[in-house]
Design a protein around this ligand. Structure first.
Ligand SMILES: [Zn+2]
Length: 199
């Protein structure tokens, strides 16, 4: 009897990432009541898409699905932009959380420290800008198996979690920019919009 090797890549396919201007990006995601087969498949396909697009995070809204689901993997960028994570006050290996699937996440700043770092978004390729955010956050969400995940994060993981949870509420990182800075990015934003609404 031969043992069939399970090849995840054969069963999942990357999805199309919608660009700025797509209405899904401005919607508030529905809460996921039941983690059924369709949610498991969506999570797997989103992870695949995130790797395919060289992103460190992806929200369901970005593949046109307005539900409270986002995925993150900060390990490929770890050397340049490290992360730290704690569970129950104890520091853990960040890699043990990756790839991270966040279902119905809630996020809160821990402490008053804030950091300014560059962000980009797979829905606005080529657009980068510095954004100020809380340095450390606590995230409470459901894992893909339905269990509760409760962790604190700093570094890229903190920033990525804030960026992705914002997506789930229809918020984009450009919403934090000053009107002057936003005006500088308008030509590129209009290009994305024209692609989302070609008529
Ligand atoms: Zn984004």
């Amino acid at each position: 009897m031969s043992r069939q090797k399970k090849d995840k890549k054969a069963t999942t396919k990357p999805l199309e990432v919608v660009k700025y201007g797509h209405p899904a990006l401005r919607s508030k995601g529905r809460k996921i009541e039941k983690i059924d087969e369709s949610i498991l498949t969506l999570a797997e396909e989103m992870i695949e898409t995130m790797y395919e697009e060289d992103g460190c995070g992806l929200a369901a809204h970005q593949v046109g699905r307005s539900v409270q689901l986002a995925v993150i993997d900060v390990m490929p960028a770890f050397e340049d932009r490290p992360s730290r994570a704690w569970v129950g006050g104890r520091e853990i290996e960040v890699g043990s959380l990756m790839p991270l699937v966040m279902i119905n996440p809630e996020i809160h700043a821990v402490g008053d420290e804030r950091t300014i770092e560059t962000e980009g978004c797979l829905s606005m390729p080529g657009l980068h800008n510095e954004v100020e955010r809380p340095a450390r956050v606590r995230v409470v969400c459901q894992d893909i198996d339905g269990s509760t995940l409760d962790f604190e994060a700093e570094g890229l993981l903190s920033r990525a979690a804030q960026h992705e949870v914002d997506h789930l509420h229809g918020i984009l990182f450009i919403d934090y920019l000053s009107p002057e800075t936003l005006a500088e990015h308008q030509p590129l934003l209009r290009k994305f919009q024209a692609k989302s609404f070609p008529f």
